[in-house]
Ligand binder design. Structure first.
Ligand SMILES: [Zn+2]
Length: 310
C-alpha cells in the first residue's frame, strides 16, 4: 500500500509539474507573440508524462532559444535599420549641409564677383599714350599719376570748383559735429621737386616713390587734390577719417589712393588724400569700389624703374 501510495504521489507530482511546464511555455510564447516560435512549440506533444515532461522541457528550452534568436534577429534588424536610418539621416544632413554651403557660395559669388570685377573703363578707347609737355584728359577727367605727368610749367593754382566743393564738404562734416580741414592743396612743380628730394634723401628713392610723387607726377600740381587733417594711416580710424571715406563722394571727391589698390595706384594707402572728379564720377567710383586707374582703365607706372636722383 505504502508503495502504491508513494507511486501515486510521485505520479501526481509529475503530472502537476508537466502542467506547470506547459502553462509556462504557453505564457512565454504568448507574451513574446512570435509566430514562428508558437509553431515550433506546438509540434512536440507527448502523452506519457515522464517523456512529455522532458520533451516539453526541451521544447521550452528550444522555444527559449528560438525566442532568443528571434529577439536577437529582431534586435539585429532593428540595429541595422537604426544604423541605416542614422546613415540616411547623416547623408541627408550631409546633403543639406552641402546644399546650404553651395547656396551660401552661390549667394556669395555674385556679390564677391561684383566687388572683384572692375567696372568697365569709362572711356571707350585704349589707354592714351602720355605725351611729354601735354596734359592728359580721359572723358574730361584730368589724369596725373606715375604714367601721366603734368608739364613742369602747368601752374593753375587751386581749382575754384574743387575748392567750393571742399568747402561744402567741410561744412557738411561740421553739421555732423566733425572737424575736417585741408592741410594742403595746390603744390607747384618746384614745390614738389623740393619735397620729393627731401624724402629721397631721408628714405631713398625706392621708398619715397611709394608715398611721394616725382615732380610733374603729383596730383597736387593739378589743383584738384587736398590732404585732409592728418598724414597718418591712423586717420582712417578716426571719426573724421571714416566720415571722409563714406561721404566725400557726395561732394565730388574720391579717396584717391585706397587701401588694397596700392599695386594699381602705385601709392600706399592715403586715407587723407582726396581728389575732385565731380559728383557723378565720384559716385560711380565709390559705388564700384575701384580706384581711378581701374575706373579709367589706365596704369600708374613710371616709364623708367630708376628714381630721379636729387
Ligand atoms: Zn596728397
Amino acid at each position: 500500500m505504502f508503495c502504491i501510495k508513494r507511486a501515486a504521489v510521485i505520479l501526481f507530482c509529475l503530472f502537476f509539474l508537466s502542467g506547470c511546464f506547459r502553462g509556462a511555455s504557453e505564457v512565454t510564447v504568448g507574451t513574446e507573440s512570435a509566430a514562428e516560435s508558437t509553431t515550433a512549440l506546438k509540434q512536440p506533444v507527448s502523452t506519457e508524462d515522464g517523456e512529455t515532461t522532458e520533451s516539453e522541457a526541451e521544447t521550452a528550452a528550444d522555444v527559449t532559444e528560438e525566442i532568443t534568436e528571434a529577439e536577437e534577429m529582431t534586435e539585429a534588424e532593428e540595429m541595422t535599420e537604426a544604423e541605416e536610418m542614422t546613415e540616411a539621416e547623416e547623408i541627408t544632413e550631409a546633403e543639406e549641409i552641402t546644399e546650404t554651403e553651395e547656396m551660401t557660395e552661390a549667394e556669395t559669388v555674385p556679390e564677391s564677383a561684383t566687388e572683384a570685377a572692375p567696372v568697365p573703363p569709362a572711356h571707350n578707347g585704349s589707354a592714351p599714350v602720355p605725351v611729354p609737355g601735354e596734359i592728359t584728359y580721359i572723358d574730361g577727367i584730368l589724369v596725373v599719376n606715375k604714367t601721366y605727368p603734368l608739364p613742369a610749367d602747368y601752374n593753375p593754382g587751386v581749382d575754384r570748383t574743387a575748392q567750393d566743393a571742399l568747402w561744402d564738404m567741410i561744412s557738411a562734416a561740421k553739421q555732423d559735429g566733425l572737424s575736417l580741414w585741408a592741410r594742403s592743396g595746390f603744390r607747384s612743380y618746384n614745390d614738389q621737386l623740393w619735397q620729393y628730394n627731401v624724402y629721397v634723401e631721408r628714405d631713398g628713392a625706392a621708398v619715397a616713390d611709394t608715398y611721394s610723387a616725382r615732380p610733374g607726377h603729383s596730383e597736387h600740381q593739378s589743383g584738384l587734390a587736398f590732404d585732409m587733417n592728418s598724414l597718418d594711416r591712423a586717420f582712417a580710424d578716426t571719426a573724421e577719417g571714416r566720415w571722409l571715406a563714406e561721404n566725400s563722394y557726395k561732394y565730388g571727391f574720391i579717396i584717391r589712393y585706397p587701401a588694397g589698390k596700392e599695386h594699381v595706384t602705385g601709392y600706399m594707402y592715403e586715407p587723407w588724400h582726396v581728389r575732385y572728379v565731380g559728383i557723378d564720377v565720384a559716385k560711380e567710383v565709390f559705388e564700384a569700389g575701384v580706384c581711378l586707374e581701374e575706373y579709367l582703365g589706365i596704369t600708374s607706372e613710371y616709364a623708367d624703374a630708376t628714381a630721379l636722383e636729387p
